[in-house]
Design a protein around this ligand. Structure first.
Ligand SMILES: [Zn+2]
Length: 414
């Protein structure tokens, strides 16, 4: 990734206003090591503007406290000017990340650098009660914690990603339509079962955080994550942190009205963005243009629809490319509005439709360039997500690590 757009300051792990200058500098150095690992002290000094003696003293403290370690010399430097490189120490702590999907539970345990070393998957009937699902997840978490602490460092926290609106402070799933959960307090149900800090967040917000902390938008303070597939969801990172809104529904971009006379949406409104830009709409546009492909199409899953269009487009079939142009246009209409609202530095496209991003991303980028406002070009570029279906799990890992770092750095904000 190009580093030309990266801003050296402030760091992407938010610091509190109350922390001392030294603790802010420690956080800043750590976040840079996460972003650019491995990195030398000379480079840290260059990026932060702090003098070399200060950087050396901060790094020495981080090494002593076990956050980072020296990993040898940078082989690309010329002999005589070799710099010892610094990297995150993976053994410092572990993070457990849980994703409750529609009928699936996935649990990962990752080291302090964010690399998963353990993964468990389980299925459940989506009509099962919330209590039973959480109890299943809790048993998987207990196993993961035990194993993580045998293999790696102490578990610093456990993050739950859920497909719905969440009250982050109280740990409550306000509404998860596909699971029919309403006002389910995960904190209450886990009380006495898990002896580690627990966080609950919306899966798309966590996916945004995963891309922000470890992936396609690493180092960008303000980014927009769009997940397009069956519908459209997403997340916003503003000033380096998840923007959750006042009632937990920020990021429900798919239900912005883009056509006041449009189709009925599952939410009850008409003309929502996701009624125009989704995998099924792409496929039906393709079938409209290429009726010969209709045979056997009714039984296709979303993945098969996307695969079919992808194969056809890669072979240069014009109807597939036209259908992709149409979906890219619909996606660009909504993304353009979001850019006008939030002016992010980067837009990341994830979700099942991103499997066609080799076509969609340049098409959307082209559309966005045609839509300047007052003659001003916006800064945002659009790129494909790094983590695909695992973005929310990565985000959960990032959430736990960031919280741990903030606490360790003595910041008083939450
Ligand atoms: Zn809607």
């Amino acid at each position: 990734m190009s580093t030309t757009k990266l801003k050296p300051e402030p760091p992407d792990i938010p610091t509190g206003n109350h922390g001392s200058l030294r603790s802010q500098n420690l956080t800043s150095i750590l976040s840079l090591i996460y972003r650019d690992r491995p990195i030398s002290r000379v480079e840290l000094s260059r990026i932060t503007g702090l003098n070399k003696a200060t950087v050396s003293s901060l790094v020495a403290e981080l090494v002593e406290r076990g956050f980072v370690k020296f990993i040898g010399e940078n082989p690309t430097e010329r002999a005589g000017r070799r710099e010892v490189m610094i990297d995150i120490d993976p053994l410092k702590a572990s993070a457990v990340s849980v994703e409750i999907g529609i009928g699936t539970i996935t649990v990962t345990a990752s080291d302090f650098a964010g690399d998963a070393f353990l993964r468990m998957d389980a299925g459940f009937d989506p009509t099962m009660s919330a209590g039973r699902v959480i109890s299943m997840a809790s048993k998987m978490v207990s196993k993961a914690v035990l194993q993580a602490e045998t293999e790696n460092g102490r578990v610093a926290g456990i993050s739950f990603a859920v497909p719905g609106a969440v009250d982050f402070q109280t740990g409550t799933v306000l509404f998860a339509p596909n699971l029919a959960w309403r006002n389910v307090s995960i904190f209450d149900r886990l009380k006495g079962k898990i002896d580690r800090p627990v966080f609950i967040d919306n899966e798309a917000s966590l996916a945004a955080l995963g891309e922000h902390f470890f992936g396609a938008a690493k180092g960008f303070r303000d980014m927009l994550y769009i997940s397009a597939g069956v519908g459209i969801g997403g997340g916003l990172i503003i000033n380096g942190d998840i923007y959750r809104g006042s009632s937990g529904i920020a990021g429900e971009f798919g239900h912005m009205t883009v056509d006041v006379k449009g189709k009925k949406c599952t939410c009850g409104k008409t003309g929502c963005w996701e009624t125009l830009a989704n995998a099924a709409a792409l496929f039906s546009e393709y079938l409209r243009l290429a009726p010969a492909a209709r045979k056997g199409s009714a039984e296709k899953t979303i993945a098969q629809m996307l695969e079919h269009v992808g194969l056809s487009a890669r072979s240069g079939e014009k109807h597939a490319l036209q259908a992709l142009e149409s979906t890219a246009h619909s996606l660009a209409v909504g993304i353009d509005s979001l850019i006008k609202a939030f002016d992010p530095e980067r837009v990341v496209l994830g979700g099942p439709l991103s499997s066609l991003s080799e076509f969609l991303v340049p098409m959307i980028a082209h559309e966005l360039r045609q839509r300047p406002i007052f003659g001003l070009k916006h800064a945002a570029d659009i790129i494909t997500a790094s983590f695909g279906a695992d973005a929310a799990l990565k985000g959960g890992t990032a959430l736990v690590i960031r919280r741990f770092l903030r606490k360790a750095a003595g910041s008083q904000t939450s």
